[in-house]
Design a protein around this ligand. Structure first.
Ligand code: SF4
Length: 436
């Protein structure tokens, strides 16, 4: 690879899919000889992979563009990702922007940057994503953390939940071809990764647009790859957890007993207003199905509090439901109205202080549930995949059911799977254990 002496810096806002896309773009630039530097350093090119999931994401994305230009007024500043896709006209007016590229054509980003003529003003390279039907082959081979790799298997979403802008920003469901997924996983395994997280905007839709393949099928193919020992999902939809799905997952020992099963609310009235297409009973049934196969199952979830018209009783229903199904952790999001979505126009918007109060109460519930979950495993011997030594000298890793475990040891354990006896809960979703 020839070094071209140009420096490039990246900033990523938002979700795991954006992080994946950034990693893939980093590899494209590195392969063309660019040196990747920190975002606060002086670079020749700044790429801001934007997020639009909330109006706060929009604001942060605009701030990062200005920050890049301040770091080097001569640099080429590029906005890409979801916010760039849906609001290129607004971004074009942000001081310092040079190129706007949405969620499409990222595989051509190096050429787009290199052919850019600053004399020609802002280049708006965003095209209509709604007609996109093919998965754009962005891929990764290398990552800094050589234990767990996120592998994007799918793009886009057709669900149109009433609070979510993503279907407009990412377009319809496009699945990555199975051979592209397995090629990438094989390369990652060769580069030392032992765990993959199958990632996408709506992972459960995998295969919907392809012939003769579905999510079960792609997991089966990944399960056969030597060197990979653990398979996880970045998120899962309750309706995808059918008897067949659970039965098939149970036959694949590499599939971890941790499922991030999206809930959003435990109240049926609110679920309906969110256009979530399942009821709380259906969610509970999905958890029960999984529990039959995975006795040590961890179910983590996302819940939005303060959705329009959510009453105190509705909120309490969510709390009771979370306790009843035995969730192991809840990511709590106070509802944030997103311009352009049906929910933003609903009457019955909840005041910020009520939303914040509900968020802190639910976080407390999540902490209690997590403690209770970890305590179940006291004295148990569990395999831990070790990742990193923390600043206090403990080695950190995760069990298959995603308990973060710390052990005091001088041994170098990176990327090793060792059995650990779980001894105590240390707060913050973490347990301390002892190597055996
Ligand atoms: S399933 Fe709903 S929340 Fe998730 S990306 Fe699709 S529309 Fe958004």
């Amino acid at each position: 690879m020839k070094k071209n002496l140009k420096k490039i810096a990246f900033a990523t806002l938002g979700c795991k899919v954006n992080l994946y896309d950034t990693e893939a773009m980093k590899e494209l630039f590195a392969d063309r000889g660019y040196e990747i530097v920190d975002f606060d350093d002086k670079a020749d090119v700044y790429i801001i992979n934007t997020c639009t999931v909330t109006n706060i994401g929009d604001k942060k994305s605009r701030q990062m563009i200005r920050r890049a230009k301040r770091a080097n007024p001569e640099a080429t500043v590029v906005a890409t990702g979801c916010y760039a896709q849906v609001a290129s006209d607004i971004i074009a007016d942000v001081e310092g922007i040079n190129i706007i590229l949405g969620t499409k054509d990222r595989s051509k980003i190096v050429d787009i940057v290199e052919n850019y003529d600053s004399m020609a003003g802002v280049l708006n390279a965003v095209s209509d994503i709604r007609r996109e039907r093919v998965f754009e082959p962005l891929q990764i081979d290398r990552l800094k953390d050589r234990t767990r790799a996120f592998v994007k298997i799918q793009e886009g979403c057709d669900r149109y939940c009433s609070y979510c802008i993503i279907p407009y920003a990412r377009g319809p469901v496009r699945s990555r071809l199975p051979e592209q997924v397995t090629d990438e996983v094989r390369r990652l395994a060769k580069n030392g990764f032992r765990e993959v997280v199958l990632t996408g905007i709506h992972v459960a839709s995998y295969g919907k647009d392809l012939k003769n393949t579905d999510l079960i099928d792609i997991v089966r193919q990944v399960n056969e790859i030597d060197g990979i020992e653990r398979i996880r999902f970045s998120s899962m939809e309750p309706l995808a957890v059918t008897d067949k799905f659970v039965e098939e997952m149970g036959k694949m020992p590499k599939v971890c007993d941790h499922f991030p099963l999206s809930l959003q609310s435990g109240c049926d009235k609110t679920l309906k207003a969110m256009n979530r297409r399942y009821t709380s009973d259906e969610y509970a049934e999905a958890v029960e199905r999984l529990r039959k196969i995975y006795p040590d199952l961890a179910v983590t979830t996302d819940i939005i509090v303060g959705f329009p018209n959510e009453t105190e009783e509705d909120f309490v229903q969510s709390i009771e439901f979370a306790k009843r199904v035995g969730l192991s952790k809840i990511h709590v999001f106070p509802y944030s109205a997103k311009t352009g979505t049906p929910a933003a126009k609903m009457s019955g918007q909840i005041p910020p202080d009520v939303k914040n109060d509900r968020a802190s109460r639910l976080i407390e519930v999540s902490n209690e549930l997590n403690k209770k979950f970890v305590e179940k495993f006291y004295g148990r011997e569990m395999p831990v995949l070790f990742e990193i030594r923390n600043k206090d000298g403990y080695y950190e890793g995760h069990t298959t059911n995603y308990i973060k475990v710390l052990v005091k040891t001088d041994e170098e354990l990176k990327n090793e799977i060792k059995n650990v006896v779980i001894e105590k809960y240390c707060g913050d979703e973490t347990a301390e254990g002892r190597l055996i």
